[in-house]
Write a protein that binds this ligand. Structure first.
Ligand SMILES: [Zn+2]
Length: 75
């Protein structure tokens, strides 16, 4: 756990930074990210999914490079 994580925990929306009060509905995501609305949480989910897709693409191209390098080394 990062040292500052507790300080911001449940204080503000992770996306739009709107303060979250005791009477406010809080939408949790991945255990420790609070959001003021389903819309904000959905936005974050889409951002994360887009990031994961980019990582997968990057990983795939890295693997291709490694395979090619390996083949060259063997030959
Ligand atoms: Zn929000």
């Amino acid at each position: 756990m990062l040292p500052y994580a507790g300080a911001h925990f449940l204080e503000a929306c992770s996306l739009c930074s709107k303060p979250l009060g005791h009477n406010t509905d809080i939408y949790m995501y991945r255990g420790n990210n609070p959001f003021c609305s389903q819309e904000c949480r959905q936005e974050q989910i889409e951002i994360d999914e887009a990031k994961e897709r980019r990582w997968k693409v990057a990983k795939k191209s890295n693997n291709k490079t490694n395979v090619r390098t390996g083949t060259v080394a063997v030959a």
